[in-house]
Design a binder for this molecule. Structure first.
Ligand code: NCD
Length: 488
């Protein structure tokens, strides 16, 4: 019952074991119409959507109704106190008094984590800006599993707006965790954010290769001429042997569709991208799928997925093609969300597990295992991060990460975007050190004594000064050890 009573703000919050349990329960739900029609009797979910939605909201509400529970909602946030300037923090605290669970969609990256900090009932992230959409990933994985029988070793081509697509970001980390290989086929300028690729390497041991597209070039139709070479990133998951494989240039990711590849297509997220014109015409090459493009027998066994809504990335002639799974994928939204609600609200074993009306429950702690440094002077560099618009409970906080000894960055705990800092200050000694000179800190610094600044001047303005002692070789040597000490 690992999911019981906790919030789901990222796909990271759902373990491999939870996924297996959810899929197994969704199988049982699909096999038994009328499953658990009274399980959630007396339970109320609040669907709080600050952005448009069809599938996510209706499938959550349908799931709750099918389990015998009820839903409350604001028809349009413009009709709520948000227009009077109410913060998200206040809104979720209020709604926590009315419902047992909040399903939240919001335009800001990291909004779900901020809501989970304040809500006193579990929060489910139904899409926060361009950041994550973990329950869509449950539908995606469930569909892939039903179609291909396995996810480990499957190759999934992720196509379209890989920059701003929140379904893409959650899916990438789930596929990496489950050992699927990926090929990134972005529209022009819509590449996967750097911090996502860095994390794939750092946390999942992914090998990233530049590969010529091969037969996948059909996805670009006439936008690519026969002579033009187009390179894409192929992500190879080798959980046990990544280091050895990285050294072997001949190791190649199977990019051939013949062996049963999945093609996951997404629309251009023009509402999150201020550089793209309304009709998306500024994107010269954007991957699309149609019966004609996939006519070659090599594509016989591919599956086509899309979180929907589609705009024109998948032609309607694919709709009655058995390879097109996207309507099935959206229909799976109900059983998989019923399974999720059962696990989160602990509804499975008893009809009497509803925890009753307790308006003064305390907030639910989030991701406690993460090493976090609070740095009130440091603003996340992502303009769309919720922390740029609303102060979180403990002020913005970050995970101090390091890709190699020299480069340390701050990863925002809300939106996951990594920011560079110029200097780090020690509040105990009031001295500051360059980002590459953290070895000069005399002793490992306790996290609560660290402050990060984007410029040296910011540190000076905040009353920190440069250290006086010159750097010795021995101190330089100690750099990695000190950073490690700071990180543990
Ligand atoms: C997606 C979303 O809202 O992120 N839709 C969904 O939830 N099924 C995809 C999109 O809007 O493009």
């Amino acid at each position: 019952m690992a999911l019981s009573g906790s919030s789901i703000v990222s796909i990271d919050d759902i373990s491999k074991g939870d996924l297996d349990e959810l899929f197994e329960l969704a199988d049982r739900i699909c096999a038994r119409p009328g499953f658990g029609t009274r399980l959630a009797s007396g339970v109320v979910a609040a669907t709080l959507f600050y952005e448009p939605s069809t599938r996510t909201r209706l499938s959550f509400e349908s799931a709750m109704l099918r389990l015998g529970g009820g839903n409350i909602s604001v028809a349009d946030v413009r009709s709520s106190s948000v227009t009077k300037g109410e913060t998200l923090a206040d809104t979720v605290r209020v709604v926590s008094g009315y419902a047992d669970l909040i399903v939240l969609r919001h335009p800001d990256d990291g909004a779900a984590r901020l809501a989970a900090e304040y809500a006193t009932v579990p929060v489910i992230n139904a899409g926060d800006g361009g950041h994550e959409h973990p329950t869509q990933t449950l539908c995606d994985l469930y569909t892939l599993r039903a179609q291909h029988g396995h996810i480990q070793g499957l190759t999934v081509a992720l196509c379209g707006d890989l920059s701003h697509g929140r379904t893409i970001h959650s899916l990438i980390f789930a596929l990496a965790r489950l050992g699927a290989n990926m090929v990134f086929v972005p529209g022009d300028g819509k590449d996967v954010p750097d911090h996502v690729v860095r994390r794939l390497r750092r946390d999942f041991g992914a090998v990233v290769q530049k590969r010529e597209m091969g037969e996948l070039r059909v996805l670009f139709g006439e936008a690519v001429s026969a002579e033009e070479k187009v390179f894409v990133d192929a992500i190879y998951m080798t959980p046990t042997e990544q280091n050895q494989l990285a050294l072997l240039p001949e190791v190649r990711i199977a990019m051939d569709a013949k062996s049963g590849m999945a093609i996951y297509v997404t629309r251009l997220q023009k509402e999150r991208d201020h550089q793209t014109s309304d009709d998306g015409l500024m994107v010269r090459r954007y991957p699309r799928v149609s019966k004609a493009l996939l006519a070659h027998s090599n594509f016989k066994d591919v599956s086509i997925l899309h979180p929907l809504p589609r705009v024109n990335e998948i032609s309607t002639d694919m709709d009655d093609d058995p390879r097109g799974l996207y309507f099935k994928q959206s229909a799976y939204g109900v059983p998989i969300r019923m399974a999720l609600l059962c696990k989160m609200l602990n509804l499975e074993d008893s009809q009497d597990l509803h925890r009753g009306w307790q308006p003064l429950r305390s907030a639910i702690p989030i991701r406690p295992s993460m090493f976090l440094v609070a740095s009130p002077d440091f603003a996340c560099t992502n303009d769309n991060c919720i922390t740029r618009h609303e102060a979180p409970r403990n002020r913005a906080y970050y995970e101090l990460i390091r890709d190699d000894v020299a480069v340390a960055r701050l990863r925002c705990a809300f939106c996951d975007v990594e920011s560079d800092f110029a200097v780090a200050g020690n509040t105990a000694s009031r001295t500051y050190f360059g980002q590459r000179q953290l070895h000069r800190m005399r002793k490992p610094v306790a996290p609560q004594h660290l402050r990060f600044f984007k410029t040296e001047q910011d540190a000076l303005d905040a009353g920190f000064r440069a250290p006086r002692r010159p750097v010795s070789a021995a101190q330089r040597h100690g750099e990695s050890r000190r950073l490690e000490a700071v990180q543990t």
